[in-house]
Design a protein around this ligand. Sequence first.
Ligand code: FE2
Length: 363
Amino acid sequence: MGRHKILVVDDEAANLRLLKRVLSDEYDVIEAQNGAEGIEVLKHQDISLIVTDQRMPGITGVQLLEQSLDFRPHAIKILLTGYTDVQALIDAINSGKVYKYIPKPWDADELKLTVRRALEAYELKEKNEGLLIELRKTLAQLEEVSMGTIRALADALDAKCDYTSGHSLRVSRYAVGIGKTMGLPPDELRDIELAGILHDIGKIGVPETILWKPDRLNSDEQSIMSNHPVRSAQIIGDLQGLGRARKYVLHHHEFMDGSGYPDHLIGEQIPLGARIILVADAYDAMTTDRPYRKSIGHEKAASELRKHAGKQFDPKVVDALLSMVGEQGELIKDKMPESIIGLSIDAINLKQTGKQYLAANQH
Ligand SMILES: [Fe+2]
């Protein structure tokens, strides 16, 4: 913060000069000879602190400080007053509008000290307010991507892909469960859950002929398909607060040996959240029916994950998933891991396809 501007108001020229002399070493001092002049200054200048005499012809010191609230509500207010004005003073202090009063005749050192302390408090308040504004902005941006919107997007996608409904939600829950098993902190679990819900959202732009193709994709189709993490990350955009979730989404098809996409990251270069989503996604894909094939069941899915651990999948993540779901998949059958962000999937019938789910929920 640069030099503070201080407004000094007193009807006696000698007092004004004195105030200026005491304070102008450290601050920019602006003088006013009466309340009306003081208010003009407040209207046009960024004043941090006001020192005013109480007894002046016309507007009194307390009145000036009251009126200053309209223009400089945060400016610190100091009143100089004789002992005869005790009642005005008590009123002013009780109304919370005056930071401090200094009895006359005042002492230069005491005044300086009071002003310095007051401005320290002012700076702290300004800083806190700046932080609060930042915080509110972040919260507002997060609310924009309200949970309802996220859910609606995920449902629309699940329907389009015609997976069993709730694929994205289930992946997000598996991912949270894996993260918990691995001992990750709540803020990271939250980002993993959000990323799990949004990981495939970029597939909304992929033609259904490709999404539903039962055969192997040709190279053009493959390149459209493998662009979906990039598209997903673009849809999430630059929202503050979702930066980490965005990274998990972008890299959820990277493989440990570098053969994944889009950036061919290797091993620990891949964010842990992304490695977790990959395993959760693969497990859910293998253990649910798809339009072109049936579920292969838990046992085969587990052995596939183990087989590709170290090549595609992070072995630690595979271990965490298997310990969470149980050797027979028994631990997950009745109860999914709990949501960190408070989404419920009670309404999801695991046997219903996404299209049926959407039709049933459209009015
Ligand atoms: Fe994906």
